[in-house]
Ligand binder design. Structure first.
Ligand code: NAD
Length: 508
């Protein structure tokens, strides 16, 4: 029988998949109250995978009532941290047990290469596959929660001030399609560990893995209502959560445009806490004294084209000093073959399909905008593999680009790289900071003083020095400026999902 490294293995697994298509509310799968559904299209071939319940305000209301009920009863929120830990570790193990199925659901839903969803052992690139990191996020917060202490204030002998954390209550996690399961787990790990009830709203492009893990949560021992999943359109189900008077907290990952809507929804309803992980337009700065140009260029290509460029932390702006520009460009162009799109179910593929026809059109529109702005198209620029019926775009490079051009300013969220000339460190910092975003940035230099200065001056939540996208659950992730607020990952993530209470005891 074929193994993980063989496309036939995944084709066979695909034929045997059983899609969950209902909402998951109060521990059970159910159709939307309206009976409406929306279609899930496989972007690899443009074919219908299945249709899924399109939740509306009534379904959201039911999910919120269920989440509130179990929260008030304390069947999860008031259990011991050790209990939640055991349950979350079981949950992580079940995700791992079903990793092949979940990886396949994500790849079929949104077009990423199977090797980036599942550790096939083939062409995985420098980062672990989603089905390695996603369960790890659940396990890490499960393991952490019985080691987190509260505080005692320095009040002096006549009083005791207890500073304790409590779960915030009903959390709505609204997530995007580019890492469907991973982004969900970034929210679920800390939110559930802290004792909240959660309503997960997956993106309409990629609801299938979320619906499956809701069942696994029950199997792991989570009480009904602790994890609900409401698939549906953003403007309907997402907005209903954003406006709901009994949702205490929105944990959102997605575009800055929709993030701003959630701030409005909160202002117009109950002032729920709104935590935003939004877009980016990261600068990747290669200075003339880069210690290893080969490595820097490989990282640059990976930063721009990995996951079809559909990565918030992608580095779609490459800032290069003139002294090494020719060498960088020559090496970069020679890397492009690695990122030519292929069949997502072939484990050798490094770049898969674009998530949807609409998104592909948006990327191609941006390429036309770049050309009309006068940016020279150095490589790529076209839709490919049209014979498959799927949505594929070549890795595309514009060079040189001016930072004021729209292709350098706006988040394209596709495999499009703008190369920008910079004359020295000061200009690199100014241009690096010259967008509305501030999620990530990187700098390549042999000079530790320069590296540290650039890192200090870049207004970004994460700065990489002589590396790109190095990270894991132990380091916080989130943005400055319009890339958002708050942090996912690490113990700092608990700030989103807890309220701090001061309790004073005065002694007579
Ligand atoms: P999106 O903003 O379109 O959608 C995100 C979520 O919001 C989805 O669940 C969607 O259904 C919902 N939504 C859409 N419109 C809505 C509305 N009017 N009201 C309420 N909810 C609505 O983003 P996307 O296209 O799914 O994902 C791509 C974006 O996500 C990019 O901007 C990317 O940078 C960002 N992203 C950020 C991070 C991060 O950690 N900072 C990680 C991954 C993706």
């Amino acid at each position: 029988m074929a193994g993980h490294e063989d496309p036939a293995y995944w084709e066979d697994r695909k034929g045997r998949l059983d899609f969950r298509t209902g909402a998951f509310i109060d521990g059970a799968c159910c159709p939307a109250a309206s009976g409406e559904t929306f279609d899930c299209i496989n972007p690899a071939d443009g074919q219908l995978l299945t249709s899924v319940a399109a939740c509306g305000p009534e379904d959201v209301g039911r999910a919120v009532r269920s989440a509130r009920r179990v929260f008030e009863r304390g069947h999860w929120a008031k259990t011991t941290p050790q209990h939640r830990k055991k349950c979350l570790i079981r949950f992580a193990e079940l995700i791992e047990k079903h990793a092949e199925e979940l990886a396949l659901l994500d790849t079929l839903n949104m077009g990423k290469p199977i090797s980036q969803s599942f550790p096939t052992g083939v062409s995985e690139g420098p980062f672990p596959a989603d089905l390695v990191t996603a369960p790890n996020h659940i396990r890490w917060f499960g393991e952490a929660i019985d080691k987190v202490y509260d505080e005692v204030g320095p009040t002096g002998p006549s009083a005791l001030s207890l500073i304790t954390r409590e779960p915030v209550g009903v959390v709505a996690a609204v997530v995007p399609w580019n890492f469907p399961l991973l982004m969900a787990c970034w929210k679920l790990g800390p939110a559930l560990a802290a004792g909240n009830s959660v309503i997960l709203k997956p993106a309409e492009q990629s609801p299938l893995s979320a619906l499956r893990i809701a069942e696994l949560a029950i199997e792991a021992g989570m009480p009904d209502g602790v994890l609900n999943v409401v698939p549906g359109l953003g403007a309907v189900a997402g907005a209903a959560l954003g406006r709901h008077m009994d949702v205490d907290c929105i944990a959102f990952t997605g575009s800055a445009e929709v993030g701003k809507l959630f701030l409005t929804y909160a202002g117009e309803s109950n002032m729920k806490r709104v935590w935003l992980e939004c877009g980016g337009k990261a600068p990747n700065i290669i200075l003339a004294d880069c210690p290893d140009v080969e490595e820097a260029v490989e990282a640059a290509a990976y930063g721009a084209f990995h996951n079809q460029g559909e990565v918030c932390a992608a580095a779609p702006r490459l800032l290069v000093e003139p002294a090494i520009k020719d060498e960088v460009m020559e090496k970069l162009i020679s890397c492009l073959d690695l990122f030519q799109p292929g069949d997502p179910l072939d484990p050798k593929t490094r770049s898969g399909a674009i998530v949807s026809r609409d998104h592909m059109s948006r990327i191609l529109d941006y390429i036309s905008i770049g050309v009309s702005e006068g940016a020279p198209l150095r490589s790529g620029g076209a839709r490919v593999r049209t014979e498959t019926g799927g949505y594929y775009v070549e890795p595309t490079i514009f060079d040189p680009v001016l930072n004021r051009m729209r292709i350098a300013q706006e988040e394209i969220f596709g495999p499009v790289l703008s190369v920008i000339d910079v004359a020295g460190v000061d200009e690199a910092i100014a241009i690096g900071n010259g967008t509305i975003y501030g999620l990530t940035a990187s700098v390549w230099t042999s000079d530790i003083n320069k590296a540290h200065r650039v890192a200090q001056c870049l207004r970004a939540g994460t700065v990489w020095i002589n590396c790109y996208e190095a990270s894991d659950v132990t380091s916080p992730f989130g943005g400055f400026k319009q890339s958002g607020n708050g942090r996912d990952r690490s113990l700092h993530a608990l700030d989103k999902y807890t309220e701090i209470k001061s309790t004073w005891i005065r002694f007579s």
